[in-house]
Design a protein around this ligand. Structure first.
Ligand code: ADP
Ligand code: MG
Length: 424
């Protein structure tokens, strides 16, 4: 089997690495990939959003299965296009990907099917949103751009002034382009977050092990929201009881709801959840693996991932067989200073080749390129250093020990990944 992985971040590096190790021994290629991925498999210089060229690449390379990492091509309809061309692809259709692509739609379908989530209102008019923000007394509240905003379109507002600023930046100044034409304003939930990621072909739901992301840029969960600064799996906040409650109250009903509404879902279904005193509440759905949760999960995954994703794409997920290492995994993201804002370019990373990688320690590349024999940072999040350990502290120490061997001036990472689980 020949597999094309679409994307070029740490998530895709982890997917490529794990897919390659599948007992069915698939041949793996990637587009566009990055310098770290290119060390493992052939990479093709086609952007993840250039759907036509990707289909052409899959045809020319005689690809048997395409696996899509990021949300943008899914929301743009890559699955529909490939299927129309008779190319097998793992992921949701454009209609089903709306679950991530439009937070207003996600809230509505959850309301229609009584799936637990924060109370909300949707606004498409600036003045109506401003009036509501001024008159409500329930602060803090959360203002969200409805469309895709690369993890930067959510603002937690402590008072009406902050809410007005957030609303104006989205609806008036179009800080997120058309993604902020409509906004969702929702109640602020208190609790600990976790990610539950499942594979589904619309009939079978194969729930993976739990994980937890670290959204804020700095230690102690300070600073702006990012795409994610680190992750670990499993997340002890998700007890067995909660896990089955989430399956029953969230995953099964949303898969059913999407089918019922003519948008059958196939692919990765990701529920971002807040564990509140009243039980789990959905913060959002994603329609692909989280990054960096994916890196931690891939480190622990056992069994034949290539076969499982192919079976899922064929509607035969019930035949798939995956299992998990008992050992916890930790991922620490190394980013360039300035991230999640603008970052410099061309900074060298020294020492990468001196770190000895193993099945217990992988340096997944998120944004690197090569210049001669040098490794150069080429984006905000640069590396996702991932380790497996006999316990969480051991995994964390292994990841940080690897990071400490790198010489990467102008970079930073959080030093407290895993603090919630370790503080229990
Ligand atoms: N209702 C809420 N109450 C409290 N925190 C929230 C709420 N909604 C979102 N957040 C916080 O904002 C982060 C980003 O929100 P999310 O809905 O996941 O959007 P995205 O990942 O697209 O930026 C969440 O991980 C969570 O930390
Ligand atoms: Mg999120």
């Amino acid at each position: 089997m020949k597999i094309l992985v679409v994307g070029g971040g740490g998530r895709e590096h982890a997917l490529v690495w794990r897919l390659k190790q599948s007992p069915s021994e698939p041949e793996v290629i990637c587009a566009p990939g990055n310098a770290g991925i290119a060390r493992e498999v052939p990479c093709f210089d086609v952007a993840a959003t250039d759907l036509e060229s990707l289909a052409e690449l899959a045809r020319k390379q005689k690809v048997d299965l395409t696996v899509v990492g990021p949300e943008a091509p899914l929301c743009a309809g890559i699955v529909d296009l490939f299927q129309a061309r008779g190319l097998k692809i793992f992921g949701p259709s454009k209609a089903a990907a709306l679950l991530e692509g439009d937070k207003a739609f996600a809230k509505e379908i959850m309301s229609r099917h009584s799936i637990p989530t924060a109370g909300h209102r949707t606004f498409s008019e600036l003045n109506a949103a401003l009036i509501w923000a001024r008159e409500t007394v329930d602060y803090p509240l959360v203002v969200k751009a409805a469309g895709l905003a690369a993890g930067k379109g959510v603002v937690i507002c402590r008072n009406p002034e902050e809410a007005e600023e957030a609303i104006r930046s989205m609806m008036e100044d179009q800080a997120f382009g058309s993604a902020g034409q409509r906004i969702v304003i929702e109640d602020f939930l208190v609790g600990e977050e976790a990610s539950i990621i499942a594979l589904t072909d619309g009939k079978t739901i194969l729930v993976m092990e739990s994980s937890q992301d670290h959204k804020r840029a700095f230690d102690g969960d300070e600073g702006p929201n990012t795409g994610g600064m680190g992750a670990y799996s499993p997340a002890p906040v998700v007890t067995e009881k909660l896990q089955s409650q989430i399956e029953r109250e969230v995953l099964v009903p949303i898969v059913h709801a999407l089918k019922h509404e003519g948008r059958p879902f196939s692919g990765v279904l990701y529920a971002g959840l807040m564990m509140t005193q009243k039980g789990p509440r959905v913060l959002e759905f994603n329609v692909r693996f989280g990054d960096p949760e994916c890196e931690a999960l891939m480190m622990r995954l056992r069994g034949d991932l290539a076969q499982a994703l192919a079976l899922c794409a064929e509607g035969r997920l019930d035949e798939a067989d995956l299992s998990w290492s008992e050992e916890p995994a930790v991922t620490v993201v190394v980013a360039q200073e300035g991230y999640p804002g603008a970052v410099g370019s061309g900074r060298p990373i020294w020492g990468l080749d001196e770190v000895e990688e193993s099945d217990d320690l992988r340096i997944f590349h998120a944004a690197t390129r090569r210049q001669g024999s040098d490794w150069i940072a080429s984006g905000g999040r640069v590396l996702a250093v991932t380790a497996l350990g006999t316990d969480l502290a051991g995994a964390r120490d292994k990841a940080y020990a690897a990071i400490d061997r790198l010489r990467f001036p102008g970079s930073f990472c959080r030093r407290d990944i895993g603090h919630r689980a370790l503080g229990r």
